[in-house]
Design a protein around this ligand. Sequence first.
Ligand SMILES: [Zn+2]
Length: 431
Amino acid sequence: MLRTVITAAVGLTLATGCAPDSEAPVKVSVLSRSSNGQYVPTQVELTTIEDIVGLKGTVGDLQGGARIVIDPNDPALQNATEDTVADVLLKKSGHDVKASYITQKDEKTGEDVLWPADFHSWNMVTSYYNLERANEYFRTVANVKVASFDPTPTLYYFPEFIQTQVSKEPAEDNAIFYPVLQAFLVLPFDQIQRAPLPLNSAVMAHEYSHLVFNRLAYATQNLPVALSLWAAESPSPGANVLKAFDEGLADYHAYGASCRSPSGCDPRFLAPSFDGGPFTGVTDARDLSNGNRCMSALLYTRVYQQDLGTFSSDGAEYQVGTLLASALYQAGRSTGQEAQLQRDIVSAYYDTNPSTPGIYQYTQQVLGDQSLFTLAVPARAIISHITDLELRKAVCNEFMDHLQIPRADLIGDNLCPASAAGGTTCPSIFQ
Ligand SMILES: [Zn+2]
């Protein structure tokens, strides 16, 4: 409560002081990828901003100086409830950021344009802009209702983020959506120098996709019940499947959002951040346009026989997720219906109609027995929400082929047509 009061007071001071006019729309320069692939200062209009200095608006609220510690041995964490867990993890809640600008006149229009005055101001205002772009993708292409974005997520900018199980040192070089805090974390960078993650609009769209998945497929639960219940068991096939879908769909939507940028659809959207550095291999590993990926017998077995910790220890959720994302990519491209597919997928996250349950509804049906939450289950949710029959059949064939989901699990009313027979790219792992 105290925190809310202090934050409000600071915001008021800035608005009445020497701060630039904060009312949206605000014309400002951000770093954005141009049509030739370079990150260059680009004049844009922020349409959702309420405080251009504190970088707060309806799509996000930037906070600096936070300290977040995840220590499984912290007794306070063991006693925490869903209502108190955020306060336990948030050792310092941080403060409003303060971006600096120089006002310039646009040569053509004579209008004022704000020009960020230092590196962090560039980085922060671009982060906000990228949240706004991702939000617009999900509202317009994916048809997500405005109410689903409430409450406004916080974006912790350069927080100290410590996971004691991983390291005593604060983590770097990552952008994270953290559902417990309903917040994004943009960590300081060390190795990633080329295009810092918050500047990469597709990376921010990937994280934003996790927010949307949480708000719909997990019904905005800070500690998603299905995931945490299932992750506590061993093996944890249901938790593994949920994680894999969450990651794969995040990559697919990041790709979808890239199609609305000046540089166009980019199935290798990690390249500007990762190529040429220590993470170079990641771009190829998650390249959506690689149509030759196949579920292996080993990976398939791991989904069903490992606990989430073991499954995730080498990023297997990303391996399965990439199979899913590239299958969707192929189906959308081959039918020329990518935007429709992106919209259909999000409509499959939450649906109370008993004949076409959403992913959330399916998790609730089998909460007591996660062995029933196979790869086929969220696949069925997606398939039943694809209205165009040609597109639906294409997705069915890709799922049977690249993800090796058994055909018998996907055929049925509101599901795959009997004519869906799979594909010919991948050898069957069920011999
Ligand atoms: Zn992710």
